[in-house]
Design a protein around this ligand. Structure first.
Ligand SMILES: *Cc1c(COP(=O)(O)O)cnc(C)c1O
Length: 229
């Protein structure tokens, strides 16, 4: 295993190469370092090498890291990428810059209610189950369009785009990434204000190159940076 800093540099080079191949501007793709199940010291090492954005999947673990003396008030930008239960929303809003995994209208409603109570403006993505695998969270693609009108009306929260976890097979994954991009286009077409709808959070250690080819604006990479959990 190389050092965390060397791994990040290697991923950055691969992102640049994928952007060149895809004819995309490198600045359009952000790397989120997924640090779940890894200690605060690993995050600190990545941060010291220039990585700013981190993704966490579990509320309790996130809150511990958020308050860790090694990490707090350093300017880390946190993303919540896990499945979010309604009763946990209150504890994380205001601490994360983006919530990736909203997968129900009722959770978005709860998010809106809490954001209003705390006088916050919260950015979120809808998680879409593009693979159709029953084991995965996420709305069915057609469900996204059917709840869109309701979502757009909710105060104090802003839908910024879509997130997916693709199938393990790369060929399938690429197709699913394309599907997510097309769904975002469809969503923009029905949005009262399409300007915030810009993010496609897709691609992980094994498939981020395919995701970049299909338009990813955020890739979520864990294992390739921090090693196996
Ligand atoms: C763990 C996780 C990742 C990172 O996956 P790797 O294969 O380790 O890069 C990305 N997204 C989500 C939602 C995750 O839970």
């Amino acid at each position: 295993m190389e050092s965390i800093a060397a791994n990040i540099e290697c991923i950055q080079e691969q992102i640049t190469a994928a952007c060149i191949e895809a004819g995309r501007d490198r600045a359009e793709v952000r790397l989120i370092a997924v640090s779940k199940n890894h200690p605060a010291s690993f995050i600190r090492e990545a941060f010291d090498s220039g990585q700013i954005e981190f993704g966490e999947s579990y509320v309790q673990e996130f809150l511990e890291k958020y308050d860790d003396p090694e990490l707090e008030n350093q300017g880390i930008e946190w993303h919540f990428i896990g499945h979010l239960q309604s009763n946990k929303i209150r504890s994380i809003i205001g601490k994360v810059s983006l919530i990736h995994g909203i997968d129900k209208l009722s959770t978005a409603e709860e998010l809106s209610k809490r954001a209003l109570q705390q006088n916050l403006q919260v950015n979120y993505l809808l998680e879409v189950n593009t693979s159709g695998e029953a084991s995965k969270y996420g709305m069915a693609p057609e469900e996204v369009l059917s709840v869109a009108e309701d979502l757009f009306m909710l105060p104090n929260i802003t839908l910024c785009g879509l997130m997916t976890i693709a199938s393990p097979e790369r060929i399938k994954a690429q197709e699913e990434f394309r599907q997510l991009r097309m769904l975002l286009d469809a969503l923009k077409a029905v949005a009262p204000d399409p300007s915030p709808l810009v993010e496609l959070s897709m691609g992980m250690s094994g498939d981020f190159r395919e995701a970049i080819h299909e338009g990813a604006t955020m890739i979520r990479v864990g294992t390739a940076i921090f090693g196996w959990r």
